[in-house]
Design a protein around this ligand. Structure first.
Ligand code: FAD
Length: 448
C-alpha cells in the first residue's frame, strides 16, 4: 500500500485527503495538524465572531467524524518539524515528544500565517485570525472584556470581513490602511464606493496611514501621520506569508513569489512531495506569470489535481484567476482576474470600461445599483479582469465575467450572452449585456 502523509489538515490538507480517498480505498492516509482542529471552515470564522453563525460546531468538522468518514488517521497538536527526503521520513512533535513517520508520498499544505509587525507597546489585545484558536481568543476577549472600540489594521478581505463583524458585535471600529484605498485588487475608481460605504456605516477610516506603535496597554494606537486613536482591541490583517520553512529546510525549490514552487500537477522539485494551498506559487491565467493566490478555490482545485495525478490522471490547467468575493456591510464586492493598476505595472496593454447597471428591472421593487468595471485586450477584445460592487446581484455578474475570461470571450460576446430575464432577477438586457455594449464601442474605437 501507498502510504500518504499530509502536513496541515485544513483547506488544502483535509480536502486532498478526502479527494484521494474517493479514488482510492486502499492507501494509508495520515494527516498531521499543528493546531487542535482539522477541516474547519476558516472562511466562516468572521461570521461566528459577528454572531451570524451562532453554533461554533458549524465551523468545525469533528476530527473523529472526519477520520471515520474517510478512513484515515489524524494527529492534532502535531507539528512537523523536519523532512528527511533521502529516508522519506518526517519528524514531528506532539505534547513535547518527538516522533517520526515514513512516507511514500508526502503532501504539504501548511498554509500561511498572518504577518505581525514588530511594534512597540503591542499587547495581548492585538489579534490575528487564521485558526480556530485565534477565533476562540477573539470571542473570549469580546465576551469577557466587553471592548467598546476596535481597530482593524489592513483593508484586505479578512480586514474588511472582520470590520463588518466587529461592528455587528457592537464595537465602534476604525480601519487603518497604508494605501490610498481599501482592497488593493480594486482600482481606485471602484474602491471609492467601498471606502464611502465604510464611512457611511460610522467607521473611522484612516487611509495612506500606518500603525507605528502602541501605548496605554495597547489601547492607544499611534499612526505614521502623527494621529492617534483609541481601541480596546486591534485586529491585525496586514497580509500573510506562506509557511515555507519545512520545504525550504528540506531543500525544495521556492518560486519567484517566495512560495513553494510546484509543477502543473502540484509536485515540488521532489516528485515524491506534492504541495498545495496558501503555501504554493501558482501561474496567473492572464499574465502567465508566477502568482501567490491564497484562496480556498485554488486549494480545492489543487487537491483534485493531486488526487487525480496519484490516480494516474493528469488534469490540464491553464492558471488561476483569483476570483474572490466578500461582503462589507451591505455591499458585495466581487473581483476576478486583473485590474488596471496590475496591468499597468506589468506593461500589458488594456482598455478599461466602467458601467453602472442595476441588479434587476427598475420597476420591480428592490432594484439596486451595480458598479462594474472590466479591463480587456485592445486588439483581441478578450476580457482580462473585472470587478462588480453592489448590494445585490454582484456575485452573479462576477461569476459571468470569470466564466467569460476562462472561455476567452470578447467584450462583444458579452452583448450576446442570454442570461435569463425576469424583472425579479435582471433587466431584459442584463447589466452584463449593457456593459458589453459599452465596451464594444470602446473596442471599435481603439481599433479604428
Ligand atoms: P490552511 O487552511 O490555513 O491550513 C494550513 C494548516 O496547516 C493550518 O491549520 C496549520 O495549523 C497547519 N500547519 C502549518 N504548519 C504545520 C506544520 N509544520 N505541521 C503541522 N501542521 C502545520 N478564502 C476564500 O476563498 N474565501 C473566503 O471567504 C475566505 N475567507 C477567509 C477568512 C479567514 C479569516 C481566513 C484566515 C482565510 C480565508 N480564506 C478565504 C482563505 C482560505 O481559508 C485559505 O486559502 C485556505 O484555507 C488555504 O488552505 P491551506 O491548506 O493552504 O491553509
Amino acid at each position: 500500500v501507498n502510504k500518504i502523509v499530509i502536513v496541515g489538515g485544513v483547506g488544502g490538507g483535509a480536502t486532498v485527503a478526502a479527494q484521494i480517498r474517493r479514488n482510492d480505498p486502499n492507501s494509508e492516509i495520515h494527516i498531521l495538524e499543528r493546531s487542535g482542529y482539522v477541516s474547519f471552515a476558516n472562511c466562516g470564522m468572521p461570521y461566528f465572531i459577528g454572531g451570524e453563525i451562532t453554533d461554533r460546531d458549524r465551523v468545525i468538522y469533528s476530527e473523529n467524524d472526519f477520520a471515520e468518514k474517510y478512513q484515515l488517521s489524524i494527529e492534532t497538536y502535531a507539528e512537523v518539524t523536519h523532512i528527511e527526503r533521502e529516508k522519506k521520513t518526517i519528524f514531528f512533535e506532539k505534547n513535547n515528544k518527538p516522533y517520526e513517520m515514513d512516507y511514500d508520498t508526502l503532501i504539504l499544505s501548511p498554509g500561511a500565517r498572518a504577518v505581525i509587525p514588530d511594534l512597540d507597546g503591542m499587547e495581548s489585545n492585538t489579534f490575528t485570525l487564521r485558526i480556530i484558536e485565534d477565533m476562540d481568543r477573539i470571542e473570549a476577549f469580546i465576551s469577557d472584556k466587553k471592548p467598546k472600540t476596535a481597530a482593524i489594521i489592513g483593508g484586505g478581505f479578512v480586514g474588511l470581513e472582520m470590520l463588518e463583524n466587529l461592528h455587528r458585535r457592537g464595537l465602534q471600529c476604525s480601519l487603518v490602511d497604508h494605501s490610498e484605498h481599501v482592497m488593493s485588487r480594486l482600482d481606485a475608481d471602484m474602491a471609492s464606493h467601498v471606502d464611502e460605504h465604510i464611512t457611511e456605516n460610522g467607521v473611522d477610516l484612516y487611509l495612506n496611514d500606518k500603525l507605528e506603535s502602541y501605548s496605554n496597554h495597547g489601547t492607544t494606537l499611534h499612526l505614521q501621520s502623527g494621529k492617534s486613536l483609541q481601541a480596546d482591541m486591534t485586529l491585525m490583517a496586514v497580509g500573510i506569508t506562506p509557511n515555507i520553512e519545512l520545504a525550504k529546510d528540506a531543500g525544495l525549490e521556492l518560486g519567484e513569489t517566495g512560495a513553494i514552487k510546484v509543477n502543473d500537477v502540484m509536485q515540488t522539485s521532489d516528485p515524491a512531495i506534492y504541495a498545495l494551498g496558501d503555501a504554493v506559487e501558482e501561474v496567473d491565467f492572464i499574465t502567465k506569470k508566477p502568482a501567490h493566490v491564497a484562496l480556498a478555490w485554488p486549494a480545492h482545485r489543487q487537491a483534485f489535481v493531486i488526487a487525480s495525478h496519484l490516480n494516474g490522471e493528469k488534469i490540464q490547467r491553464d492558471g488561476i484567476l483569483g476570483s474572490s468575493i466578500f461582503r462589507v456591510f451591505d455591499l458585495t464586492v466581487a473581483i476576478t482576474g486583473q485590474n488596471e493598476d496590475a496591468l499597468d505595472k506589468l506593461d500589458i496593454p488594456f482598455e478599461a470600461v466602467l458601467s453602472k447597471g442595476y441588479s434587476h428591472a427598475g420597476y420591480y421593487p428592490g432594484s439596486e445599483k451595480l458598479w462594474m468595471k472590466i479591463v480587456f485586450d485592445p486588439k483581441s477584445g478578450q476580457l482580462l479582469g473585472g470587478s462588480v460592487i453592489g448590494p445585490k446581484g454582484a456575485d452573479k455578474r462576477m461569476a459571468v465575467l470569470a466564466t467569460a475570461i476562462k472561455g476567452k470571450l470578447t467584450v462583444d460576446d458579452l452583448t450576446d450572452l442570454e442570461l435569463g430575464y425576469n424583472p425579479i432577477y435582471s433587466g431584459s438586457k442584463d447589466a452584463i449585456n449593457i456593459l458589453g455594449y459599452k465596451a464594444r464601442e470602446q473596442w471599435k474605437k481603439a481599433n479604428k
